[in-house]
Design a protein. Structure first.
Length: 320
């Protein structure tokens, strides 16, 4: 039986140290009927030259943008070129197991789902495993309402890169441009289209934690809060769900907002007066009743981050 084609979208920007390993892992996939769309987002290093070495493989479609537009723009350019009925994403400093795409496809077919999800491994540049997320059981499948709830409570992360989507999930959906953590915003819209979501039961995606990563910077947490807040607004205005479901989903998104806000406030030592920080603090003032209802621990963590941090340190000293 002939394999159905899968489109793989790979945005590239200044990753000359990593992009060859990434593309090679895609080229060698056990599932070989691929349309591999590589978007060089106006790289200023040798990334563009490296991706051009793959033009001899007819499955590769190389696009060089004249101006850097950011990750979302590059992904949207890729989406405009898709010819397959299935879509997956790989970031150009990461790589995937050789049977990663095959597992995602089999999970989708076995579960009759519109989205299939793989586990992943966070690793450093030496290949050391920093964190491993093992997904639900092999070929386990869940229904729409449970999937949406798990997404809003962040038990299913909003990453685009560890999933396979049926193309219909992206009808009238694009990644929002000029905003960070775009996956958080777009994934709610995509999951709303999926009646069933399945899991591979394998950790096939390798996410590189680069030495120059800013993942724990204050600005990263501010971006995360903004994206989570936009999801909160979208759920709050979603007229297609019941009030009971809306209340439950908002509670989950609120918890994600709280996490990001706590770390933004903590890293900035709770004394910054920027517009971003004032927006975060105003949100918590407006929603302090709901935050307090999450748990006493969470309430303390968000509204009094320095006190919470002191209490955690004191607890550690007492235990030792």
């Amino acid at each position: 039986m002939k394999q159905e084609q899968i489109s793989v979208i790979v945005p590239v920007y200044n990753v000359e140290k990593y992009v060859d390993k990434c593309l090679l892992s895609i080229k060698k996939q056990t599932y070989d009927n691929l349309q591999i769309i590589v978007i060089d987002d106006a790289s200023t290093d040798k990334s563009g030259d490296i991706v051009d070495t793959y033009v001899g493989d007819s499955r590769f479609h190389i696009i060089h943008l004249k101006q850097n537009g950011g990750l979302s723009h590059a992904r949207n350019v890729g989406l405009s070129c898709v010819s397959a009925d299935y879509i997956t994403f790989v970031d150009s400093d990461d790589y995937i197991d050789l049977n990663h795409i095959e597992r995602l496809y089999e999970s989708m077919k076995n579960g009759n789902s519109l989205i299939s999800i793989s586990g992943y491994i966070f690793e450093n540049e030496n290949g050391d495993i920093l964190y491993e997320k093992i997904p639900k059981g092999s070929n386990m499948c869940i229904m729409h309402d449970e999937a949406i709830e798990l997404l809003c409570y962040n038990y299913i992360e909003s990453y685009a890169w560890n999933k396979l989507f049926q193309r219909t999930c992206f009808e009238d959906v694009l990644f929002p441009e000029n905003i960070k953590f775009e996956d958080i915003i777009v994934m709610y819209r995509i999951f709303k289209k999926a009646e069933r979501v399945s899991f591979t039961g394998a950790t096939g995606y390798h996410y590189l934690m680069r030495s120059d990563s800013t993942i724990h910077s204050k600005q990263t947490y501010v971006y995360s809060f903004k994206a989570s807040y936009l999801r909160w607004c979208e759920v709050n205005s979603d007229n297609s769900i019941s009030e009971i479901q809306r209340s439950n989903l908002l509670r989950g998104v609120l918890k994600s907002c709280a996490n990001s806000a706590y770390y933004a406030i903590y890293v900035s030592k709770n004394n910054e007066k920027s517009d971003d920080m004032m927006q975060i603090k105003k949100f918590w003032k407006d929603h302090k009743v709901e935050i307090k209802d999450l748990s006493k621990k969470f309430y303390l963590k968000v509204l009094f981050p320095n006190l919470y941090s002191w209490a955690i340190k004191l607890k550690g000293k007492l235990w030792h």
